[in-house]
Design a protein around this ligand. Structure first.
Ligand SMILES: [Cu+2]
Length: 202
């Protein structure tokens, strides 16, 4: 029988713990409780203002404090997706409510840095740069961050915060509003995710 993953605080039994613990904002991990951040995953499912799917952002913490971020825009059903570069950030808010996803608040900036390019030093921890949306309304980008964790309860955790895609490109220099990226066209809250990858057998 395949063991899926254990949650930090609900090591109760195989099928049950997945249903009980892992969708309630707790990080789930392979290897049992207290094994650091190895293998923790989380996902933000992006939606536009009409509730149409806009894609997703997958976060994977393979080593503690090192998070791989895979941004996958798939907005074929959205009328608000436009071709070109769009700013994408982790914001400090924990919801994606109307009007205009303003409930997502400002950029997530736990280290009190200036806004900037994630490929250069000096930027908000939530700065993910720009993602290019192609004519078919899809786009992909990968980034690795050493400025966040998926472990709940830590100051640097991104779980529970909102990812925002903006209508315009991030210029990386304008500080207010950050990046001068205009309105918000898609949003998704980062949720802990259960992997179905088998890690043990018995
Ligand atoms: Cu933003």
């Amino acid at each position: 029988m395949f063991v899926v993953r254990w949650c930090m605080t609900h090591k109760l039994g195989i099928g049950v713990l997945v249903a009980v613990g892992c969708f309630s904002g707790l990080a789930c991990r392979s290897g049992g409780a207290g094994s650091g951040g190895a293998g923790t995953t989380a996902v933000a499912m992006l939606q536009d203002h009409q509730g149409q799917s806009f894609g997703r952002v997958l976060f994977t913490e393979r080593d503690p404090g090192i998070v791989q971020i895979e941004m996958m825009i798939d907005a074929k059903s959205s009328t608000t997706a436009t071709e070109g570069d769009h700013a994408i950030h982790v914001h400090e808010g924990t919801s994606c409510d109307a009007p205009g996803f303003t409930s997502a608040g400002s950029h997530w900036n736990p280290t009190n840095e200036k806004h900037g390019d994630p490929d250069h030093s000096g930027h908000h921890a939530g700065d993910l740069g720009n993602i290019e949306i192609d004519g078919d309304r899809t786009g992909k980008k990968k980034l690795t961050s050493s400025e966040m964790t998926l472990v709940p309860g830590q100051a640097q955790t991104v779980v529970g915060r909102a990812v925002i895609v903006h209508v315009k490109e991030d210029d990386f220099t304008t500080q207010q509003p950050p990046g001068n990226a205009g309105g918000r066209i898609a949003c998704g809250v980062i949720m802990s995710e259960v992997s179905t990858q088998p890690v043990a057998q018995n």
